[in-house]
Design a protein around this ligand. Sequence first.
Ligand SMILES: C[S@@+](CC[C@H](N)C(=O)[O-])C[C@H]1O[C@@H](n2cnc3c(N)ncnc32)[C@H](O)[C@@H]1O
Length: 275
Amino acid sequence: MSEAERLISGPTLRKLISLVKKHTGIFMEERKRELLVARIRPRMKELGLASAEEYIDHLENHKDEIQKFINCVTTNETVFFRTPSIWDFFGRDLLKAWSQKNPDEIMRIWSAAASTGEESASIAILCEEFKRANPRFRYRVYASDIDTDVLEGARKGTYKERSMDDLRKRSPEIFHRYFKGRDSADMHLHPAILNNIEYFVHNLHSRGTRTAFFDAVFLRNVLIYFNEQDQELVLKNMYASLKPEGVLIIGEAESLARLKTSFEYTKPLIYKRVA
Ligand SMILES: C[S@@+](CC[C@H](N)C(=O)[O-])C[C@H]1O[C@@H](n2cnc3c(N)ncnc32)[C@H](O)[C@@H]1O
């Protein structure tokens, strides 16, 4: 019997999985037992609780534990400019086409599962690059996540050391143009860009208050955590948030092909909202 099996019995595992689903919409299979144990054990230790049953009891009786539980169970893997093809499309094609059509408007772009903020920073950096050649261009980036911990660093414009090193190596010019700091430990996104990004906590399973508001939504590497029914619900919410001609960008392991949605395929990972 593994340590995870000793810590969580079958019924307890199923209860935990149902709590993950209830609070995040994330669908976990029973074979994820080890992962789930690794995620909640540090929190149990902090609370001085010896068993998963005691933790469930604590969770169900302390409302303020719910957010902590959510923060434990989410997977936040991200990097700057993840999947180069979509960034070529965004920075080269979409910004140009959009600004020609809407010369006097502000482009609004949502990073809807922003994690530690690398994606929203990548969006803002490409908007700034576009602005250098097109000074009239105006934009605002919106970045949200269900996990409150990850948004903390993002709000300050600070990112994982690994992300920064990777960007510095891959695109030194971009790195030096958009990051500042006294030394490598102090490196952060330039405040002028950070001011163009608004961060907020949001669960993709709820509708949100902004209707027909966004010109583009990045919904990347998050649909994979939901079952098909919930993917359709989340996409319905995205549909409502996008403007009529709005663009949806998904992750490399995701597809809308088998789902019932009102999005039209444009090219790999890129979809358009249809009326
Ligand atoms: C793997 S990261 C993807 C980050 C980024 N979009 C990327 O592609 O690099 C997935 C993020 O989705 C968030 N997430 C999971 N369930 C969510 C939900 N129901 N609502 C909003 N965000 C959620 C997690 O907290 C996590 O930060």
